[in-house]
Write a protein that binds this ligand. Structure first.
Ligand code: NAP
Length: 321
C-alpha cells in the first residue's frame, strides 16, 4: 500500500476533536513528555533485571526496539519477536550491545500457528514482562493465513493467544503484560458486531482506533481473570518512529519537531514493565507514567455485552484447531 497522509490527517483531526482536554496536542508531543518527565522518579527505573525474561513484540524498530534496548540495558534477557529475520537480527545485535542478553524469535504476530511456535521457542522458565507492541495501520483490508482481518489478528488475536500460551510462565514470575495502545482509541467505542470488517467498507483509521480501543478493554478483562499478573495498557503519545516516518511522510514533516523520541515514547512501556515499586493497579490505562482516562468523548462508553463479546470472539479465534 503506498504511503498516504489522508487517513492520518483524519486521524489527527479526530484525535484533537476527541480530546476535549485543553492542550492535548501539546500533552502528547515531546514537550508534554519532557515537562512531565521532570517529575519522574529516576529511582523507579534504577532496577537490576538480571535473571528476568522480557518478551517484546515488534522489536525491530521504533518503540519496540527502544523498549528492548531499555530492558536489556538493565540486565534482562530480552526476547525480540520480529517478523523479518534480517531486521530482527539487526535489532537483536543492537539490543545485545546494551547489556543483558538478546534472543530473536521470528514470528508474524498475526499468524496464530507462528505464535504457537514462537511461544514454544521462548526457552525461558519464567516471563517477567510481555510487551504487546507490534502494530500497524494498513489502509486496505487484508487477511492473514488464518483468514483473520489483519488489524484484528495483529493487535488482538495474536496477542491474546501469546498471553494465553505464556500464562504459566507469567504466573510463575508474577509478571506484567503491557499493551501498547494509542490515543487514537479515544475516537472509537468498542464494537464487536463486525470486529473483522466483513460487513462494512473498510476504513483503516477507524479499524486501527477500534482495535486500539479493544486492547484497552482486553487489558481490563485479563486483569479481572488473572490476579497474580499485572495487565496494563498505555498510549505513547506521538513518537518519531520509522513506521510513522515511512507511512506518513507529510504528517511526519509537519510534526517532526514536536514528536517524541522513540525512547521517550517507550518510557511508560518500560516503566510499566520494570519499575520498582510496581506501578499501581492492574487493568488500567496509562500515559506518561500516570493513569489516563479511558473515555473522553460522549458515545464511546463500553456496552457490557460488547465487553463479554470481545472475550468470546477472541477465545473463538484462538481456540485450538
Ligand atoms: N509512534 C507513535 O506515535 C505511536 C502512537 C500511538 C501508538 N503507537 C503504537 O506503538 C506500537 C509501535 O509502533 P511504532 O510507532 O514503533 O511503529 P514501527 O516503527 O512501525 O514499529 C512497529 C513494529 O511492529 C512490527 N510489526 C508490525 N506488524 C507485525 C506483525 N504482523 N508481526 C510482527 N511484527 C509486526 C514492525 O515490524 P517490521 O519492522 O517488520 O515492520 C515493527 O517492528 C504500535 O502498536 C503502534 O500502533 C505508536
Amino acid at each position: 500500500m503506498p504511503a498516504t497522509d489522508g487517513p492520518w490527517i483524519r486521524a489527527g483531526g479526530a484525535l484533537v476533536a476527541a480530546a476535549r482536554m485543553p492542550g492535548v496536542a501539546w500533552a502528547w508531543s515531546a514537550l508534554g513528555h519532557r515537562r512531565r518527565a521532570r517529575r519522574f522518579a529516576a529511582a523507579e527505573l534504577a532496577v537490576d533485571l538480571a535473571g528476568a525474561h522480557c518478551v517484546v513484540t515488534g522489536a525491530s524498530s521504533g518503540l519496540g526496539l527502544a523498549t528492548a534496548r531499555a530492558l536489556a540495558g538493565r540486565g534482562a534477557t530480552v526476547w525480540l519477536l520480529c517478523r523479518d529475520a534480517a531486521r530482527g537480527e539487526a535489532a537483536r545485535a543492537e539490543v545485545a550491545a546494551c547489556g543483558g542478553d538478546a534472543r530473536l524469535v521470528v514470528v508474524d504476530v498475526g499468524e496464530l500457528g507462528q505464535i504457537r511456535r514462537a511461544a514454544a521457542a521462548i526457552d525461558a522458565p519464567r516471563v517477567d514482562a510481555l510487551v504487546h507492541n507490534a502494530g500497524a495501520l494498513p489502509h486496505a483490508r487484508a487477511v492473514t493465513g488464518d483468514g483473520h482481518e489483519v488489524d484484528f489478528a495483529v493487535h488482538l488475536a495474536g496477542p491474546h493467544l501469546l498471553t494465553k500460551l505464556l500464562l504459566p510462565r507469567l504466573r510463575a514470575a508474577r509478571g506484567r503484560v503491557v499493551f501498547v495502545s494509542s490515543g487514537g482509541m479515544y475516537s472509537e467505542r468498542l464494537r464487536v458486531d463486525d470486529l473483522q470488517w466483513r460487513a462494512r467498507p473498510y476504513d483503516g483509521v477507524a479499524a486501527y482506533a477500534q482495535v486500539k480501543r479493544a486492547q484497552v478493554v482486553l487489558t481490563e478483562l485479563w486483569a479481572a481473570r488473572e490476579p497474580t499478573i499485572a495487565f496494563h495498557a498505555m498510549h505513547p503519545g506521538w513518537a518519531d518512529t520509522p513506521g510513522v516516518a515511512a507511512a506518513l511522510p507529510g504528517f511526519y514533516r509537519a510534526t517532526r519537531r514536536f514528536l517524541r523520541t522513540p525512547a521517550e515514547g517507550a518510557d511508560t512501556i518500560v516503566w510499566l514493565a520494570a519499575a520498582q515499586p510496581p506501578p499501581g493497579p492492574s487493568g488500567r490505562f496509562w500515559h506518561d507514567r500516570a493513569l489516563a482516562p479511558t473515555h473522553l468523548l460522549p458515545g464511546t462508553a463500553d456496552d457490557p455485552a460488547d465487553r463479554a463479546g470481545l472475550w468470546t470472539a477472541l477465545e473463538r479465534a484462538t481456540a485450538d484447531r
